[in-house]
Design a protein around this ligand. Structure first.
Ligand code: COA
Ligand code: AMP
Length: 632
């Protein structure tokens, strides 16, 4: 890039229309937009009169440009022993057939399709096939239980679901079909067809009339061409945790997303056609959507699809093996993954067996990059280790070290500078701009750049109320932090009841609903407590109903099982503590923040509105005892 970061950043804030019109000209529109930024019912829209197709841009465009033989996907699956390269031409063929298969099942433009799959190439094929038809995919992470899947089927109103017979974890095979069957039975909205990829490890039972075998249907399908859609049409819905029990369906459009993905691949990651890009996440998360699938493919890179873990598949050297074997230039993972590797291989000895000369930069996001993890990576790998901050809602980095322009000196604990398009402000609770160094609510001035959420599926009020209502003219990120004198952004944690477990965003409210439904529980609170490996772990605090006398260990097991069955193993809910009472204000509001601070060993201020201060002393004793257990 010839322009400096500062040139671009200033232009993106002062003249967003000009800035993004230029970036939009880099993609191959079916009909180029004449309108760059418009407002529709108070909402900002990007490129509203443009027509395009994201699958065309990610596949057909590259094949037409002569890159058909280049590898699009490297599938590396240590849990099955399979390694396979898929070229852009091959991927295009599969996606076109899959689109034909879905069309044959009645899927049309605008229809929603649920994808509940492990990390197999067919998951990517199904996503791109939906995009090809203008249908809206809704990928659900495999670690979620049947209930969560049912909630998403209903909310999205999906008629077709695509799944696989099983997912493969480190030490076990998880049959998906019984889970999917249970979700379909539980959902009020009927799934007409369930397409099942049969994996040799475990064959699923099929139901006549409804279930469709992936391989048979693909073999019979006619390939279809990409359908041009409006830039503002939804490309996907991705559910993420909110503060209530009901997950939020974040909606992303076609046009803004394609432009932002292309821009971010060069500005944030400094990569282009032919580069090997590996985001070690899962297609069920936003990182997977943006940087396993769309970003790398739109930019003509080779993306690595890794079906394994950082450790135990088979060891803590797997990441380095994959980087060396496939010539990865850019590695992107959650800090928790490196904490897991460091724990098993503190001196990074397993990395020494591998030629990492092509690995240029390591990126981290999904949770705060703790300085010790940054230091460990820096010391052992001696290449730029870049923290960057973003959310499901934004789809790409709000703040990063701008590798595509010029790397800046790192300040451990900071995600560096805001990216072009994101005007970041730190506001106090009354909406006043805070000075450098003062911590407050991190907000983004409207309009947000292309690629950010365009709404919450089926609930426009929730978008407004949850993000825009509190600070006029700003999007409220839900994170707290500060900007220092040199413009570096430090993101310190959430301002709401969302916790981050192993880079996974979870709602404590949702867990509280599950605990509260247990017949012995009168009231409860779930808080995040610090964990060395996973960053945070949920801890349930439950008050029993009067007269109930339960064995604490047995109750713990029942509550743990309930969260596992209702939300899923991914919640990592392993501990519920019976307490006499919960600290509350006189108006009855549970003081979760104080409990969180107590559990983390932080100092806290007792509010004057507290109902009974003695309750805190009681709780402190119980938490202290627990902390000893946690540490041991
Ligand atoms: N399908 C089904 N179950 C899944 C699953 C999936 N796709 N992913 C995880 N699970 C299950 C696990 O088997 C585990 O079940 P268990 O409680 O029966 O053991 C549970 O969910 C928790 O999984 P996980 O958080 O992966 O814990 P772990 O102890 O197995 O592994 C780490 C620890 C740190 C290695 C792992 O959390 C990790 O790789 N983290 C990085 C996550 C990441 O990339 N996040 C990026 C989001 S941007
Ligand atoms: P998700 O929507 O699942 O991507 O989670 C987004 C949330 O994860 C953010 O709102 C932050 O709370 C946290 N997060 C992600 N990346 C970072 C980061 N680099 N530093 C601090 N927090 C982060």
């Amino acid at each position: 890039m010839n322009r400096t970061y500062h040139d671009d950043y200033l232009q993106s804030c002062r003249q967003p229309g000009h800035f993004w019109a230029d970036k939009a000209s880099l993609i191959d529109w079916h009909t180029a937009p004449t309108q760059v930024l418009t407002q529709d019912d108070g909402q900002f829209r990007w490129f509203s009169d443009g027509l395009l197709n994201t699958s065309y841009l990610a596949l057909d465009g590259h094949v037409a440009a002569g890159r058909g033989e280049q590898t699009a996907i490297i599938y590396d699956s240590p849990v099955t022993g399979i390694k396979r390269n898929i070229s852009y031409a091959g991927l295009l063929e599969d996606v076109a057939c899959c689109a034909g298969m879905l069309r044959g099942l009645g899927v049309r433009r605008g229809d929603r399709v649920i994808i509940y799959m492990p990390m197999v190439p067919e998951a990517v094929v199904a996503m791109l096939a939906c995009a090809r038809l203008g249908a809206v995919h809704c990928v659900v992470f495999g670690g979620f239980a049947a209930h969560e899947l049912a909630v998403r089927i209903d909310d999205a109103g999906a008629d077709v679901l695509v799944t696989a017979s099983c997912g493969i974890e480190v030490d076990r095979t998880i049959s998906y079909k019984p889970l999917v069957d249970a979700a379909m039975a539980k959902a009020e909205h009927a799934i007409r067809h369930c397409v099942v990829l049969q994996r040799p490890r475990c064959l699923a039972e099929m139901q006549n009339g409804r279930d469709v075998d992936w391989a048979t249907a693909m073999a019979a399908a006619e390939p279809v061409d990409a359908v041009p859609v409006k830039a503002t049409d939804p490309l996907y819905i991705l559910y993420t945790s909110g503060t209530t029990g009901k997950p939020k369906g974040v909606v992303r459009d076609h046009g803004g997303h394609a432009v932002a993905m292309r821009f971010s691949m060069s500005a944030v990651y400094g990569v282009g056609p032919g580069d090997v890009f590996w985001a070690a996440s899962d297609v069920g998360w936003v990182v997977g959507h943006s940087y396993i699938v769309y970003g790398p493919l739109l930019a003509g890179c080779t993306t690595v699809l890794y079906e394994g873990k950082p450790v135990r598949t088979p060891d803590a050297g797997s990441f380095w093996r994959v980087c060396a074997e496939h010539g990865v230039k850019t590695l992107f993972a959650a800090p928790t993954a490196f904490r897991a590797i460091r724990k098993e291989d503190p001196e990074a000895k397993l990395a020494r067996n591998h030629d990492l000369s092509r690995l240029e930069r390591i990126y981290l996001a999904g949770e705060r990059l703790d300085p010790p993890t940054w230091k460990w990576l820096q010391e052992h790998f001696q290449r730029p280790v870049i923290d960057h901050w973003w959310q499901t809602e934004t789809g790409w980095a709000i703040a990063a070290n701008p590798a595509g322009y010029e790397l800046q000196p790192v300040k451990p604990g900071s995600a560096t500078w805001p990216m072009p398009g994101f005007e970041v402000a730190v506001l106090d609770d009354d909406g006043r701009m805070l000075e450098a160094g003062a911590q407050g609510n991190i907000c983004l001035r409207l309009p947000m750049p292309p690629g950010c959420l365009t709404g919450i599926w089926g609930d426009s009020e929730r978008f407004h109320d949850g993000y825009l209502a509190r600070f006029a003219g700003y999007y409220q990120s839900g994170d707290a932090g500060y900007i220092d004198e040199e413009g570096y952004l430090f993101v310190m944690g959430r301002t709401d009841d969302i916790i981050n477990v192993a880079g996974h965003r979870l709602s404590t409210g949702e867990m509280e609903e599950v605990l509260g439904a247990h017949p012995a529980v009168a009231e409860c609170a779930v808080i995040g407590i610090p964990d060395e490996l996973k960053g945070e772990l949920p801890l349930g605090l439950v008050v029993l109903k009067d007269g109930v006398d339960r064995d604490a260990a047995k109750l713990n097991d029942e509550l743990v099982l309930a969260v596992r069955q209702e939300i899923g193993a991914v919640a990592c809910f392993r501990r519920a503590l019976v307490v006499n009472r919960l600290p509350k204000t006189r108006s009855g509001k549970i003081l979760r923040r104080i409990m969180r601070q107590m559990a983390a060993g932080e100092s806290y201020t007792v509010p004057s509105t507290i109902d009974d201060p003695a309750c805190l002393a009681e709780l402190a004793i119980q938490l202290e005892a627990l902390q000893l257990n946690v540490a041991s």
